[in-house]
Design a protein. Structure first.
Length: 331
């Protein structure tokens, strides 16, 4: 565990949370854009602190001096998080309270009496405050606040048959589970010829899925799949499949990083690409304010949880559950 501790400490010191916010490159005073930025930044702060708490939980058996080192790093990070630009005064107030109380709880962890009645009493107040904050964030800024889409409309709109028009794709669907080589060749042939962002994303995701789900012989299959998923976001072109591409890239990449609770889980890396996808969606929304699917896509990207070390799955980190939920259901 000592080597893991040193490695994780290096990651904490490197954490790039102080980089300028890419969303500020979108210059718009439109109410929806301003509010969507607020929502994104609130979830960004939540994700960072959730990752901190997961790490502290992992290191709970380490020496007090080692815990203090991590706590000091986290307090420094959280103090700088307060510089995030939040326009909504009430949301700003909740975030201020959340950061202050989080850091106070971290300070208390420096004490060997962190399990004392005093700490437990403070923790109840902290959890109550956090509950009020999350309630405001998820209720006031619920998806229905921004979009007027029924679930049925959403699934009709995101159906890939709406955008995949190549005859080779129809042929691919008949072969994808029975002739992996031939079906992959069909996709490899149509991707370079496709110019529409939605259609290109569909074909790239389908090809990457082939590497993940059906290929047991290709060398570096997961690496090739991850590269295809990531390329969709790296194109900086909006599509309603940005979230799917990001999620699948993250899951495949995490399999390479490890599936145990103590594996490297670079949520900062994952969130960096999350921000790139969010920027692409928000930039599109600023030019197409009537597009409700784009707003929905942005909110899903912004709010999706980090990969957690602890949860319902007891044998490793929680990416295992999400991996099977994402890929197995398609088989």
């Amino acid at each position: 565990m000592k080597k893991i501790f040193v490695f994780l400490l290096a990651l904490v010191q490197w954490h790039p949370v102080f980089a300028s916010d890419k969303l500020d490159e979108i210059h718009s005073n439109d109410k929806v854009i301003v509010e969507l930025k607020d929502v994104y930044r609130a979830f960004k702060i939540n994700h960072i602190i959730s990752d901190q708490k997961e790490m502290l939980n992992l290191l709970s058996d380490e020496s007090p001096d080692q815990i203090k080192t991590f706590v000091a790093q986290y307090i420094s990070i959280d103090e700088k998080l307060n510089a995030q630009n939040i326009n909504d005064p009430r949301l700003r107030s909740y975030i201020d309270s959340y950061l202050v109380m989080t850091n106070k709880s971290y300070e208390m962890l420096k004490s060997p009496n962190s399990a004392s009645a005093k700490f437990n009493g403070y923790n109840k107040k902290y959890e109550a405050m956090y509950g009020r904050y999350i309630s405001y964030l998820t209720t006031h800024y619920a998806v229905s606040y921004f979009v007027n889409l029924t679930e049925d409309q959403y699934w009709k709109n995101i159906d890939k048959n709406n955008y995949a028009h190549a005859t080779q794709y129809t042929a691919f669907l008949t072969k994808e589970k029975t002739d992996v080589t031939a079906s992959r060749q069909l996709l490899e042939g149509i991707i370079p010829q496709t110019t529409d962002a939605q259609e290109t994303a569909i074909y790239k995701i389908a090809l990457a899925d082939q590497y993940v789900k059906y290929d047991t012989v290709t060398e570096n299959a997961d690496e090739k799949a991850a590269s295809l998923y990531k390329s969709i976001i790296d194109e900086h072109r909006y599509s309603i499949y940005l979230f799917e591409a990001w999620l699948k890239w993250r899951l495949v990449t995490q399999r390479e990083n490890g599936l145990s609770k103590s594996s490297d889980i670079p949520n900062d890396l994952y969130d960096s690409l999350r921000e790139q996808a969010a920027y692409t969606a928000l930039d599109y929304i600023s030019k197409h304010p009537e597009d409700e699917m784009a707003k929905n896509e942005f909110l899903v990207i912004a709010s999706h949880d980090i990969i957690r070390r602890f949860g319902d799955y007891p044998y490793g980190n929680q990416s295992t559950i999400e991996y099977h939920e994402t890929f197995d259901d398609d088989k």
